[in-house]
Design a protein. Structure first.
Length: 351
């Protein structure tokens, strides 16, 4: 079977080896949308709609957009027989259930964190999104959209500087669908055959960016509310789009708040300014509160570390510690049972 069509969706030798090792009769495909137990799958035979067979196969997780799967057809009904082990996985805490994780998308290389010039910037939100992206095993890139609505280059540079301080070392791309600024750079990041996903609040311009890259109005978009520039939650599914010049991009519904899940390492990475300073603290377990000889408190005092950033770090660290504690309690309660910590073993970190 000719699998060259799959290259456009991110297929490579490693996926081929994983798929062939399953020794199944079906064909490989990549999930482009999940809707009420059914999934759209891009295969070498074109797009198919498949049922998830997770109950019969006792699969521990449901497919998400970006998953590579094995699908087969019986009497014109397509079924997902297996999900290939994920390389990366974007996960947040389930907003409904406090102690479950919710995978958002799988097998992504780049997470584009999208923010528009038409609304106030919130550092705490970007920090959370950065934790999510690093924790997925993907590379974050900040995209500042709607540059044409900014007050000019100085205004743009000012925000780029603020973002740079919150996200040191992370690339920032300034875009506009009106002037097409920055679009070439986004194309470049996705080539060749890389997988990206968009993350940002409703109205940030995620679907508009996808359409601009595709040069066709594939995704529905809607004007934001006049006055406060709030979005209207236009996109309601996670859709994987194939970019003609190379790569795929997953458009997502706008999210306002994200709960963290099992992301201690990623948290340390986002706040390296604090965690590196903390190495100088007198106590190893210094909480940077009222402890004596706290190097972080000294750095705040001298203006090196923004006290609000320290507060946000401590809040997120406490949030993660609380989840960890609850999971350990749960583990103790059903002794011998496995704690539900997600598929961290599948993750290939640091890509
Ligand atoms: N002027 C200008 N408007 C833009 C730009 N990008 C997006 N917009 C507008 O912003 C509004 C919201 O854009 P969407 O693409 O629907 O936003 P979204 O992030 O997909 O929103 P949800 O699907 O609700 O999460 C639309 O009216 C777009 O035309 C831009 O670069 N310049
Ligand atoms: Mg949208």
């Amino acid at each position: 079977m000719d699998r060259s069509e799959l290259l456009h969706f991110g297929w490579d030798a490693e996926w081929a080896a994983k798929f062939d090792a399953l020794d199944l009769s079906g064909v490989p495909g990549r999930i482009s949308r999940v809707e009420r137990g059914e999934s759209d799958v891009r295969t070498e035979r074109g797009p198919v709609r498949a049922m998830s067979d997770s109950q019969r196969s006792q699969s521990t997780h449901a497919p998400v957009t970006g998953d590579w799967v094995a699908v087969s057809e019986t009497e014109e009904v397509w079924t997902i027989d297996a999900i290939l082990d994920r390389r990366t996985e974007l996960v947040r805490r389930d907003p409904g259930e406090r102690e479950e994780q919710q995978p958002l998308s799988a097998n992504i290389d780049v997470v584009f964190l999208v923010h528009g010039f038409d609304r106030p910037f919130r550092a705490g939100k970007l920090e959370r999104f950065l934790v999510l992206a690093w924790n997925a095993g993907a590379t974050p890139v900040v995209v500042l959209t709607k540059a044409d609505l900014s007050e000019g280059v100085d205004d743009q540079n000012e925000l780029v500087g603020i973002v740079g301080a919150v996200a040191p070392g992370v690339e920032v791309v300034v875009t506009s669908i009106e002037t097409r600024a920055g679009l070439d750079r986004v194309h470049e990041i996705l080539q060749p055959h890389r997988s990206g996903t968009l993350l940002g609040e409703s109205g940030a311009g995620k679907s508009s960016l996808v359409n601009a890259l595709l040069e066709t109005e594939m995704q529905e978009t809607q004007p934001v509310r006049s006055g406060d520039a709030k979005g209207r939650h236009t996109t309601i599914t996670r859709d994987m789009l194939v970019i003609p010049t190379g790569g795929v991009l997953i458009d997502t519904p706008g999210i306002r708040a994200v709960g963290l899940w099992d992301a201690e390492d990623a948290l340390q990475r986002v706040f390296t300014d604090i965690t590196e300073t903390a190495l100088e603290c007198r106590f190893n377990d210094c909480a940077h509160g009222a402890e004596p000889k706290c190097a972080v408190a000294a750095a705040v005092e001298s203006g090196e570390i923004d006290p609000r950033r320290l507060d946000r770090y401590r809040e997120m660290a406490a949030e993660l510690a609380e989840i960890e504690e609850r999971l350990l309690e749960r583990e103790r309660a059903n002794k011998g049972g496995k704690p539900n910590r997600g598929s961290r073993g599948n993750k290939r970190r640091g890509r």
